[in-house]
Ligand binder design. Structure first.
Ligand code: NA7
Length: 317
């Protein structure tokens, strides 16, 4: 069993800017934007929203993470409900469907404010379509408008303002978020009804997860033959199979550098959500099932917080 060290805690550099922001000609909306969840993704997004002149109100479960944003000009609130009271449009970006639901339906959650008075709620946490429908229903019943805006991309892509936004639900909310989306994403898609964007996001994650396990197994075999992994990657780069993502992940595997760009726990969460969706449709997904098992096992080995490319470690043993 390998000795596992936790990846270094990542710290948001409040002074860094994505290179593309200056070229985007962003005119900030005059609305007030609430933000629930200042993890790596949320922090990166909020930092850029403040920089491009948006008025932002924030809350995070661990209150210390709000401090740099208060210094940068954001208003900090004590509960999600307080953020909703203070904002016109509220974004949520937390770890998983359970966290996303807690913030809406739980104690001091969004729906404690019985009348949302036409405010907009935007779910950015990666969730499944059923969770999104439940949240959307709750928001609408309290007189609010709902948009799911799934963010596809790594933490690095978020830092570069190069995410892809997949949205579904209330079109008017989508329009109102224009200057925010333009700040953080290179492409934005409106995909229709609630649930559609979650499905597309999880389908893309399936491609990613299965590809990573294939890459890890192939490189592990090369390693058993004592073939240089760097040579394999250099040759792979010359083939028609190459992709920027697989090249980057292959290099990380060769170096043993699993700095979390897409945490392994998030990848496994996504595969679990995919398999639940498939189960409801009687859709057979044997390769995805095995892929999920591989990620689950790698989590058990202690690599939850590392990058998804750490799946290579399991393949080598
Ligand atoms: P991180 O960096 O792991 O951050 C997770 C965030 O979610 C962080 O702010 C957590 O608060 C928060 N969280 C998690 N569970 C809860 C509950 N139950 N209640 C309130 N807040 C919670 O993840 P990323 O920022 O990389 O990713 C966030 C989402 O974006 C994820 O769905 C990705 O797929 C896309 P904490 O700071 O621990 O108190």
């Amino acid at each position: 069993r390998p000795v596992v060290t936790r990846p270094e805690a990542q710290v948001i550099d409040m002074s860094s800017r994505s290179n593309t922001l200056a070229d985007r000609d962003i005119v900030p909306s005059e609305q007030t934007f609430g933000f629930l969840g200042l993890g790596m993704m949320g922090s990166t997004i909020v930092k850029d929203l403040i920089y491009t002149g948006h008025k932002v109100v924030v809350w995070n479960r661990t209150i210390d993470k709000c401090q740099p944003f208060a210094e940068a000009g954001a208003e900090v609130k004590d509960t999600p409900m307080d953020v909703v009271e203070a904002a016109d449009v509220i974004f949520c970006c937390v770890s998983d469907p359970k966290g996303a639901k807690d913030l809406v339906f739980g104690n001091c959650g969004v729906l404690q404010l019985k009348d949302l008075n036409n405010k907009a709620y935007v779910e950015m946490s990666t969730i499944d379509p059923d969770t999104s429908l439940d949240i959307g229903e709750g928001i609408k019943q309290c007189n609010g408008r709902y948009l799911e805006a799934q963010i596809h991309g790594s933490r690095q892509e978020a830092a570069e303002g190069m995410l892809i936004i997949l949205a579904g639900g209330d079109r008017s909310v989508f329009e109102e978020c224009h200057s925010c989306f333009k700040t953080i994403a290179k492409n934005t898609f409106f995909l229709g009804n609630i649930g559609n964007a979650c499905k597309v996001n999880l389908i893309l994650q399936t491609i990613l997860g299965v590809s990573l396990v294939g890459l890890a197994e192939a490189l592990a075999l090369a390693d058993r033959f004592s073939i240089s992994l760097n040579d394999i990657i250099d040759i792979f780069d010359l083939t028609s199979m190459k992709s920027p993502m697989l090249l980057a992940k292959g290099k990380e595997m060769a170096k043993g550098d699993f700095n979390p760009q897409q945490p392994l726990s998030h990848m496994q969460r996504d595969l679990r959500l995919v398999l639940n969706m498939a189960e409801n449709l009687d859709q057979s997904m044997p390769v995805t099932s095995i892929t999920n098992e591989v990620f689950k096992h790698t989590k058990r080995l202690g690599y939850s917080e590392h990058d998804s490319s750490a799946v290579f470690v399991r393949s080598r043993f």
